[in-house]
Design a protein around this ligand. Structure first.
Ligand code: HAM
Length: 428
């Protein structure tokens, strides 16, 4: 027999109770986004390859070597989305969302796909939680997004983050940056890595993003975008920084932060966290004043700013940092029908308890009381409810509190109330 199929490299199964932490992060994010007026958008997982090539950029690692692309039966090239901003911008244009009054505030959650070299914190399928604020270029928007992010991390109790902040300048600045960088790169490029040498020609800004330790002393000599901002961009950045200071959100200027996607203009940022090791970027984002316009939005209506947070990394930092409490058990109540005759009344009782809002999971009616009790404690249930012949006769249940072994007989009609009171007492 051929070996059984296993997980695809770089992908992972998220099992319970791990999924509990993902749900908790998602619930906190949804609730917080709603407070800032963001609503959910769901775009498809498949997009035309061209969308990412034209927005994220042909020269980026993502488009150049990490996309899962294939030809559909009609020969259209499709790609599993490596990120969602391009898709949100496409939807913004396609559904003319700019016609709605005011700025458009959207958030999304879901899987992204990049064929990277897998390691801790880096997967080929990973989950992002992101938001996009479209329809203007006010510095106030940048600050809103960054304050919201700081609040989200604080709310999750995730202390120890650092916000790295930079400005990449506007479209008019870009040719000047590129010229200055090309000039500065001319004498040093031959001593840089292959990727840098190629980028020095095609996309010099990305050279600043090189992670190779040997190249860093040379890269440190290159001019940065902050040195070359034009007055309006400088003023924009000043205002963003001032609004952050007013809101009490600390940041560190990081003049070499350029991000790995080409659509960014002006504000660019990352939140990093010490608990993450090599893949320390919890989230990244920035302003993209021309992205939606290049996809067909009217001039000025397509500007926006957004971020995406690596949910896998956030959960791992969260758990490393504080492990808020044990995840809840699959069900609070373990129901033990003792013998076939007890099965039907026990299942009826379980349904009543569920209707009263309790969580109940039953064991096999053929098991012994001993096996039931050990299963109940291994499943971390709070109570085991035993229903056997005697209990049926007396229309009672034997309830065992697993934490202390206490046992009591409770009449069927009083069961739901018994658990409600016991839960209340435990919480108080
Ligand atoms: P990004 O920096 O490519 O930006 O990804 C955002 C976050 O996704 C990263 O900071 C990281 O936490 C997580 N991430 C990226 N790749 C992986 C991976 N292979 N495994 C696990 N986590 C990963 C974007 O995607 C932009 N769309 C962000 C944005 C939104 N910019 C404006 N709006």
């Amino acid at each position: 027999m051929p070996p059984a199929p296993t997980l695809v490299k770089g992908m992972r199964d998220l099992l319970p109770p791990e999924t509990h932490w993902f749900q908790a992060v998602e619930a906190a994010a949804r609730e917080l986004f709603a407070r800032y007026g963001y609503r959910e958008i769901r775009t498809p997982i498949l997009e035309r390859t061209e969308l990412f090539a034209r927005t994220v950029g042909e020269e980026t690692d993502i488009v150049g070597k990490e996309m899962y692309s294939f030809l559909d039966r009609d020969q259209t090239s499709l790609t599993l989305r490596p990120e969602a901003t391009a898709a949100v911008a496409r939807a913004y244009v396609e559904h003319r969302l700019w016609e709605q009054p005011g700025w458009t505030r959207l958030y999304y959650l879901g899987p992204m796909f990049r064929r990277e070299r897998p390691q801790q914190g880096r997967y080929r399928q990973f989950s992002q939680i992101g938001a996009e604020l479209l329809g203007g270029d006010a510095p106030q928007m940048d600050a809103e997004m960054l304050v919201m992010l700081a609040r989200l991390l604080d709310r999750l109790g995730l202390s120890g983050w650092t916000l790295s902040l930079n400005s990449l300048g506007c479209a008019e600045d870009r040719p000047r940056f590129e010229r200055a960088l090309r000039e500065a790169l001319l004498p040093i490029a031959p001593r840089l890595c292959g990727d840098c040498r190629r980028r020095a020609e095609t996309n010099p800004l990305r050279v600043l993003d090189c992670k190779r330790p040997e190249d860093q002393p040379l890269i440190a000599q290159l001019p940065t975008t902050l040195d070359l901002l034009d007055p309006p961009c400088r003023e924009h950045f000043e205002q963003v920084k001032q609004l952050l200071e007013r809101a009490g959100v600390p940041y560190q200027l990081q003049p070499r932060l350029v991000r790995g996607l080409d659509y960014y203009t002006r504000t660019a940022f990352e939140f990093v966290h010490g608990a993450l090791g090599a893949q320390n970027a919890l989230l990244g984002g920035g302003r993209y004043d021309l992205l939606a316009e290049r996809l067909g939005a009217p001039k000025g209506a397509g500007a926006g700013i957004g971020f995406a947070l690596g949910e896998d990394r956030l959960v791992s930092a969260w758990r490393a940092g504080l492990a808020p409490s044990d995840p809840p058990p699959a069900a609070e109540i373990y129901l033990a029908p003792l013998g076939e005759a007890a099965l039907a009344p026990a299942l009826e009782l379980a349904e009543q308890l569920r209707q009263a809002g309790l969580s109940v999971a039953a064991g096999d009616a053929r098991w012994s009381a001993k096996k039931h009790l050990s299963t109940a404690s291994r499943q971390a249930a709070r109570w085991a409810v035993l229903i056997g012949e005697q209990e049926i006769q007396a229309r009672q249940a034997t309830v065992k509190t697993l934490a202390n072994g206490e046992q009591s007989a409770v009449a069927w009609p009083q069961l739901a109330e018994f658990f409600a009171t016991a839960s209340g007492a435990a919480r108080a």
